[in-house]
Design a protein around this ligand. Structure first.
Ligand SMILES: O=c1[nH]cnc2c1ncn2[C@@H]1O[C@H](CO)[C@@H](O)[C@H]1O
Length: 597
């Protein structure tokens, strides 16, 4: 570089140093020192006090070079998010992790390696691999041993799950089949193959005499006329001999591979399909029988999936109440809370009687971000009332819906501040658990507002990696992220899990948890999200999974006594899980290793 350029770049004329370098150095030392403080004492190196000279670059021989390289690598590893769990791993955990890594290799060879390659552009063949698009791999995933392990793993707390979209679609469709007053509507008559493919269906329970009937399969069908669901099921058979009605309905509710990943799909396009599906779910869940059964089945599903505590997000709207089964009377939001509480308490009693454990469930009061300010104020009021009435059951408050399309957090600042004031006066604590940064770049500054509003956790936070200053503040405050990797992939933030920003966020020691968001629509469960987190990076292991689980318990809204109980139960389950891995997969892996030696 010529001297004149150096002088131009430099703040100090005549200096050979570039511009802000001394300050950058100071800042780098400062950050490294801060990170080092969290490192175990035996690994802390005093040389780190000055980064620019702590590592020499002139080496006389390869051996010295390699020693320095090794040291640097060790120091970097010691800053990794999973280092604490790795360095404290028990013998059993070390063995279980080697088994898990061997299973990953076996799956790559036996499941992905043996599957027929796919044909791409101009006939190019693409081999199958773990970590490819989730919906491309989902059938292979269920055949892998790693997924079997993920399913069996006790996962602690599930902190981000939308209550209307967490169980397989068949569940609500089957309940609806028995409802006499259940009607189906469509935005167009189903008179062509194209109409079957593109129609948007909705369901509603309508009381006697209030329906406006029509036949969805007739040319004259219009204006979302109601067709009894039971008639629809019978007539569908005559219309489509090529397809079972159950299959068709279930497929309507779930994202397909081509829909999510075809080259022309966009994040906004995926959200339009997503919103159509949540509208379809709405009428399937908003009546008493469905709501009760769904709550119960969800608890059973949590137990099967190794989840021992959850904070669920029902969508509360003052304009949208639950119906009684005849479609006549409505049940208000307080009635919804009562149903949830009854069903959960009953389940806990049953579990307890069987010698099992379910650590409980709390509700995150959610309301749409598309609401007007007065509606948000009303929702906040109701949330506060609920907290006073059922202190143990309300975890926090959140606003939901597509972030890029609805109101940003800053739109509601006066309402949020007023709410905080009223909470303080009532001596109750209702943390904000805001959805934000569920975008590539957070153009509206929602992450910043979440920080200023004192949010306890962030739903998603995908964009946080691009905001290092906010990120450092969040770390300092102990804010935790609720990652939803499969959701983010399907809703267009990353092509494949390996490109998810969680790996950068974790590398920066941001506390994170793993969550499923809307498993119904994504063909997934929490086990699938844990699976994806593992296969997204080669260096993920059991210690990483464990740290994410421990953070889920630590950052949940449980009371300390509840948390302690949940942690103790989880520790017992974790030991059983390790024993299970060693027993079931130890012999398989070890005999294979012997065979390949
Ligand atoms: O990832 C998400 N971000 C924001 N809102 C969501 C997400 N998933 C679901 N919902 C919202 O929750 C309601 C029930 O499913 C839906 O209305 C949807 O907009």
């Amino acid at each position: 570089m010529s001297n004149s350029i150096i002088n131009f770049l430099s703040q100090t004329p005549g200096s050979t140093r570039m511009g802000d370098t001394p300050k950058d150095k100071e800042a780098a030392n400062y950050i490294a020192a801060a990170q080092q403080r969290t490192m175990p004492a035996h690994l802390a190196s005093p040389k780190w006090r000055d980064l620019s000279t702590s590592i020499s670059t002139g080496f006389q021989d390869e051996e010295t070079y390699m020693r320095q390289r090794e040291k640097l690598q060790q120091q970097e590893k010691s800053l990794a998010f999973d280092f604490r769990c790795k360095s404290r791993a028990t013998d059993k955990e070390v063995r279980a992790n080697s088994i898990i890594q061997a299973l990953r290799r076996n799956d790559n060879q036996n499941i992905y390696g043996n599957a027929t390659p796919r044909i791409g552009h101009q006939g190019q063949q693409h081999g199958r691999f773990a970590g490819d698009h989730f919906l491309s791999d989902v059938d292979l995933i269920s055949q892998t041993s790693l997924f079997n392990v993920a399913r069996r793993m006790p996962k602690g707390a599930h902190l981000h799950v939308h209550f209307n979209a967490c169980l397989p679609p068949e569940v609500l469709l089957n309940i609806a089949k028995d409802m006499e007053r259940m009607f189906i509507t469509s935005d167009k008559p189903l008179t062509s193959k194209e109409a079957f493919d593109t129609c948007e269906l909705q369901f509603s329970l309508v009381c006697k005499g209030k329906e406006k009937r029509g036949n969805i399969f007739s040319e004259t069908y219009t204006d979302r006329q109601h067709m009894p669901f039971q008639h629809f099921l019978l007539e569908f058979r005559d219309m489509r001999a090529d397809m079972k009605v159950d299959t068709w309905l279930v497929e309507k509710l779930m994202f397909s591979e081509d829909e999510a990943y075809n080259t022309r799909q966009t994040a906004h396009g995926a959200w339009r399909k997503f919103n159509g599906r949540t509208r379809m779910m709405k009428g399937l869940i908003n009546y008493e029988t469905a709501y009760r059964r769904y709550t119960r089945l969800l608890l059973e599903d949590f137990t099967r999936d190794g989840i021992s505590y959850a904070e669920i997000r029902p969508n509360f709207m003052t304009s949208n109440h639950l119906l009684q089964d005849d479609g006549e009377k409505t049940i208000d939001n307080a009635g919804i809370m009562e149903i949830i509480i009854q069903v959960v308490e009953e389940y806990q009693r049953e579990m307890h009687a069987k010698g099992g454990f379910f650590g409980g469930l709390k509700v995150i009061y959610c309301t749409p971000r598309s609401f007007r300010k007065d509606q948000i104020a009303e929702s906040l009021q109701e949330c506060l009332e609920f907290k006073k009435r059922w202190p143990k059951w309300i975890a926090g408050f959140d606003i939901i819906g597509e972030e890029a399309a609805g109101h940003p957090l800053k739109h509601f600042i006066p309402e949020f501040l007023q709410f905080q004031k009223e909470c303080a006066e009532a001596a109750v604590s209702i943390p904000f658990l805001f959805h934000c940064g569920e975008t590539l770049d957070d153009p509206e500054g929602n992450l910043l507002d979440a920080l200023l509003l004192g949010a306890k956790r962030i739903g998603h936070g995908f964009a946080l990696a691009r905001h290092p200053y906010v990120m450092q503040h969040m770390k300092a405050r102990g804010v935790c992220l609720e990652l939803c990797p499969i959701s983010n992939e399907i809703l267009g933030l990353t092509g494949r899990v390996g490109g998810h920003t969680m790996y950068e966020l974790l590398a920066n020691n941001v506390h994170c948890t793993v969550n499923s968001d809307n498993g119904t629509l994504f063909r997934s469960s929490l086990s699938h999200d844990f699976y994806q987190v593992m296969v997204g990076k080669a260096d993920m292991g059991l210690a990483g999974w464990k740290q994410l689980i421990l953070w889920s318990l630590e950052h949940s809204c449980m009371e300390d006594s509840e948390r302690l109980q949940a942690l103790e139960a989880w520790q017992r389950q974790w030991e059983d899980f390790l024993t299970w891995i060693l027993k079931v997969y130890g012999p398989v892996v070890e005999s294979k290793d012997v065979a390949s030696n």
